[in-house]
Design a protein around this ligand. Structure first.
Ligand SMILES: [Zn+2]
Length: 429
């Protein structure tokens, strides 16, 4: 992602890039300097100094690998903990002791074929195993240490974070553009969540674009271990810029919120859709006429979102479940009372996951897309009620979530200033 293109970037962006180029310049200087020395006869001596190569110190899992003969392997089919360790001269007594005394720390019967392990053997003639390390997963590992007395414990590889940036211009879908930029599905999902209230992802336009400043996790500083979080993002939808900055006030519960440049919350009281990444197959339309019914007036008081069977259906806002049943043309459906004004209803579910009287929060799964009741294909018919009347949610001026409290705003504006410059400086691929 380290793009060095500066075309079209302002002064500020160049200043941000300067710190990077300084290092590169230093690298160029070194070889030039050496050539000068070589050309000068008087200091030829310098050339004859033999530099002894000092081996790098390799430290992993808290052990200095240089002190051992290191064997790295993976558990093969038919391998047992006992078989592996006896191969490296460990006595049956010790093997049995690990298997029994340390069962709660490391259950040796649970070693899995294909998982990597490391054996640290002594460098002396006995060449016996001193330490056995088994990788339970990418981060956690178990250690059996028999250097002095027998010890067994679990460890975790150190996780570090690196700040990165990315950008993309949408040609067909957000996920495809993300794929092209080698950004995983996790990034697609997070970005879609941040903008779930402001962007219709099933209605993206060719040319919509995004930029993200994000933090990535690394194991041992080098192995990528997934997305930690998005710090700031920019989404241009139909030419309209939407900035978002992650800012946490509630440090106890660490609830991250995204606010825009004016410190308004990006969340709305309602999600724009009850399913992620779906398309509207039929809009709210009181004048709908259907060929099948001889073009008779068949008003459609809901919005249909087509999605594969089994797609999770989300509550579009916090509320209390007022109905959850299977009935006639509705099929399996759930209705939620949000407040004195709004209700929402979700039809044709394959299965419901909400009981009457239950409190559900925005984005919570309340069921799964199906085709129960009167429907021609898998979709969720989303009905939006305002003061007891079914209305088109896309024609409503829906309320915003709470903005950032006044007392935090100055700090917030100071915090987002460099981030917003950073976003502006990211160029598109
Ligand atoms: Zn419908």
């Amino acid at each position: 992602m380290d793009r060095t293109r500066t075309k079209g970037l302002g002064k500020k962006c160049l200043a941000l890039k300067k710190s990077n180029t300084k290092l590169k310049r230093l690298v160029y200087f070194i070889p030039i300097f050496c050539i000068i020395i070589a050309c000068n006869d008087e200091i030829k001596v310098v050339e004859e100094v033999i530099v002894e190569e000092i081996p790098d110190i390799i430290e992993e899992y808290g052990y200095r690998f240089n002190d051992f003969e290191v064997v790295k392997d993976t558990v093969r089919s038919g391998d047992t903990f006992g078989a592996i360790l006896s191969r490296y001269g460990v006595s049956n007594k010790t093997i049995l002791e690990v298997a029994t005394r340390f069962k709660d720390t490391f259950d040796v019967r649970k070693i899995v074929v294909g998982k990597p392990y490391v054996v640290l053997n002594s460098k002396d003639s006995s060449n016996r195993a001193q330490v056995f390390i088994y990788e339970k997963n990418r981060i956690e590992y178990a250690v059996v240490d028999i250097i002095d007395s027998l010890r067994c414990y679990n460890g975790r590889k150190p996780i570090t974070f690196k700040e990165k940036f990315a950008s993309g211009i949408i040609t067909s879908s957000l996920s495809q553009t993300m794929d092209e930029q080698n950004l995983g599905p996790n990034m697609t999902d997070r970005l879609a969540t941040i903008y779930a209230w402001t962007v219709n992802f099933f209605h993206l336009q060719k040319g919509d674009r995004f930029k993200v400043v994000y933090t990535e996790r690394f194991i041992n500083d080098t192995i990528p271990a997934g997305l930690e979080g998005i710090k700031a993002a920019y989404f241009e939808h139909r030419g309209k810029p939407l900035y978002s900055f992650n800012y946490t006030i509630d440090t106890v519960n660490a609830i991250p919120e995204y606010y825009d440049k004016a410190a308004d919350n990006l969340r709305r009281a309602f999600l724009t859709a009850p399913v992620k990444f779906s398309r509207i197959s039929s809009r709210y339309n009181l004048n709908r006429r259907i060929k099948y019914y001889g073009y008779k007036l068949r008003p459609h008081r809901g919005t249909d979102f087509a999605a594969p069977i089994g797609t999770p259906i989300l509550a579009t806002a916090d509320g209390v479940v007022s109905k959850s049943e299977r009935r006639g043309g509705n099929g399996n459906y759930v209705k939620i009372r949000h407040n004195g004004t709004y209700d929402t209803q979700y039809l044709h579910m394959k299965k419901r996951k909400a009981k009457v009287g239950e409190y559900v929060s925005q984005g919570e799964v309340i069921g799964w897309v199906g085709m129960t009741g009167n429907t021609g294909g898998p979709h969720v018919c989303y009905r939006f009620w305002k003061n007891g009347k079914e209305v088109d949610p896309f024609k409503q001026d829906l309320p915003l979530s709470k903005p950032l409290p006044k007392e935090y705003q100055q700090d917030y504006f100071n915090y987002i200033l460099p981030l917003s410059e950073q976003l502006d400086c990211i160029s598109y691929p």
